[in-house]
Design a protein around this ligand. Structure first.
Ligand SMILES: *[C@@H]1O[C@H](CO)[C@@H](O)[C@H](O)[C@H]1NC(C)=O
Ligand SMILES: *[C@@H]1O[C@H](CO)[C@@H](O)[C@H](O)[C@H]1NC(C)=O
Ligand SMILES: *[C@@H]1O[C@H](CO)[C@@H](O)[C@H](O)[C@H]1NC(C)=O
Ligand SMILES: *[C@@H]1O[C@H](CO)[C@@H](O)[C@H](O)[C@H]1NC(C)=O
Ligand SMILES: *[C@@H]1O[C@H](CO)[C@@H](O)[C@H](O)[C@H]1NC(C)=O
Length: 453
């Protein structure tokens, strides 16, 4: 005979439901929690769910209104002052409820404070080379105004060498600059594309013999800057550079074996333009999206196949009938589509002309992405979603578009080079990326050298 359970037998029926009720309550709590923490719920509830990538990528942050005039300082809650910021300063934008509007940044306060510290203390030592050096053309800054697709590399070096970040005293340097120019090596008949790897190996060997700094950290406090994608294989015979040094490059892809995310830094590819960027709203944007380029990758081929005859999305694979600048300033969105490499100057082109960039380049480690929140001023669309492009763009409300575009105008100063660097421009942003990567321990060098660090 089974033993009976007097306790249970005696209970009212309602107690049998307790586990069921508990389970129900828990499920409701979980759903509520997901609801609270998800950014996407509104879209999921309000609009059709089109594809997984889509939902992730297209949501701009719109909780707090931004000020359009970037020079107008919003009064601090307690100070009541409304002074205007001078040119180049960044507005803290502290809102009414003391909520900080991070604008285009992940954390504006942290960035501004840390940037100040960087500007005050960051010191760079550059290996000295004279005009008589047989490779002076490769090692010294160019004496002309950089232009074209790979200008970022030359601009950086020109700006750095004249900046207050330079120190002649290696003892106070946070970082050491390897001044060789990949672009110049490419064109030097003594080196050429195929000689770059040997040149770099020889250069590193020479400085590691002549100076004690390389050996202290295996090169981890050294950096170089390159914009041409040839740079990605330039370090194959100098693996310490590849694995230890900071590579500041335009061709920043998570899938390149020569690029190490977080250690290396992504530099924007910028085709320098004369004059100030056009004012907001100076043109009517009657095209939905625009792309021009050569058909040199499967991604672009895919774009061409889907959108070549479209009336709203205009894609050109050949000569344009209207000027490029006009096309950029008459489109709402401008496409950056992976070609041979993930990087091109198109993002900076779009920003310059106030066009919201659509990035279709899977695994592109976007420039300054650890400082800037790309969701606020661009859309990243997965290559797989090219067929859904029009739907994705149509889903963006007018208000959301305006917000994205306002942020484009705010962010574009970070994507410009200047002969004399201006606060928060591309040069200072790259310096800040370096600052974020500066900390490390070094082994002391022998006393006989009288170089203790
Ligand atoms: C950074 O330093 C330079 C040179 O001292 C100065 O001109 C510039 O205003 C500084 N920027 C900031 C934001 O403090
Ligand atoms: C390294 O030093 C050797 C010997 O002085 C020299 O021939 C060579 O050109 C140097 N390499 C580089 C890249 O400067
Ligand atoms: C750095 O290390 C290399 C290889 O171990 C060595 O040949 C070289 O002499 C060292 N450099 C200095 C300055 O001691
Ligand atoms: C676009 O037009 C061309 C020729 O006019 C045609 O061959 C092609 O199939 C069209 N493509 C699409 C995607 O409709
Ligand atoms: C495109 O423009 C270039 C230079 O302006 C010219 O040489 C070329 O023939 C043009 N191509 C076509 C297909 O019109």
């Amino acid at each position: 005979m089974r033993p009976s359970h007097p306790g249970l037998n005696g209970l009212p029926k309602i107690f049998y439901f307790i586990p069921t009720i508990l389970a129900l309550v828990t499920s409701l709590c979980i759903i509520y929690c997901i609801n609270l923490t998800s950014n996407y719920t509104g879209f999921l509830l309000g609009k059709p769910y089109i594809g997984s990538f889509l939902i992730q990528k297209r949501i701009p942050f719109l909780q707090i209104p931004n000020s359009i005039d970037i020079k107008t300082k919003v009064p601090l809650p307690d100070s009541g002052n409304s002074e205007r910021l001078s040119e180049g300063e960044l507005d803290l934008n502290i809102g009414k409820e003391n909520n900080i509007n991070n604008g285009v940044f992940h954390d504006k306060m942290v960035f501004l404070e840390d940037y100040k510290a960087m500007n005050k203390s960051l010191k760079i030592y550059v290996y000295p080379h004279s005009k008589d050096d047989s490779f002076a053309n490769v090692l010294l800054p160019v004496d002309f105004k950089p232009g074209g697709n790979y200008a970022s590399e030359s601009y950086f070096k020109k700006c750095l060498m004249k900046s207050h970040f330079i120190t002649k005293d290696p003892k106070e340097a946070h970082l050491f600059f390897l001044p060789f120019s990949i672009a110049s090596l490419r064109h030097d008949p003594r080196v050429g594309v195929h000689g770059i790897q040997d040149f770099v190996r020889s250069y590193i060997y020479n400085i590691s013999q002549a100076y004690p700094y390389w050996n202290r950290s295996g090169g981890a406090d050294h950096f170089y800057v390159a914009c041409h994608s040839i740079g990605r294989s330039a370090m194959e015979k100098a693996v310490d550079v590849k694995f230890n040094a900071i590579q500041v490059v335009c061709s920043a892809s998570y899938y390149l074996s020569g690029y190490v995310a977080h250690k290396d830094a992504s530099m924007p590819q910028i085709w320098p333009r004369e004059g100030d960027p056009p004012k907001a709203g100076s043109t009517k944007r009657d095209k939905l999206a625009f792309f021009a380029g050569s058909n040199n990758s499967p991604v672009r081929q895919n774009l061409l196949e889907h959108w070549r005859n479209d009336s709203e999305i205009s894609v050109h694979f050949g000569n344009l009938s209207i000027p490029y600048s006009k096309a950029l300033s008459h489109s709402k969105f401008c496409l950056h589509v992976k070609g041979f490499e993930v990087n091109t100057a198109r993002i900076a082109d779009a920003l310059f002309y106030g066009c919201v960039p659509i990035v279709i380049a899977n695994h592109y480690d976007l420039p300054f992405t650890d400082i800037l929140d790309w969701k606020k001023f661009s859309l990243v669309v997965a290559t797989l979603d090219i067929p859904l492009l029009k739907e994705i763009l149509h889903e963006i409300s007018f208000e959301d578009y305006e917000e994205l575009q306002r942020n484009v105008l705010e962010v574009r100063k970070h994507f410009q080079w200047h002969k004399v660097p201006e606060n928060y421009d591309a040069f200072y942003m790259v310096m800040y990326e370096l600052w974020l990567r500066r900390g490390l321990a070094r082994i002391p060098v022998p006393e006989s050298n009288q170089l203790y660090f």
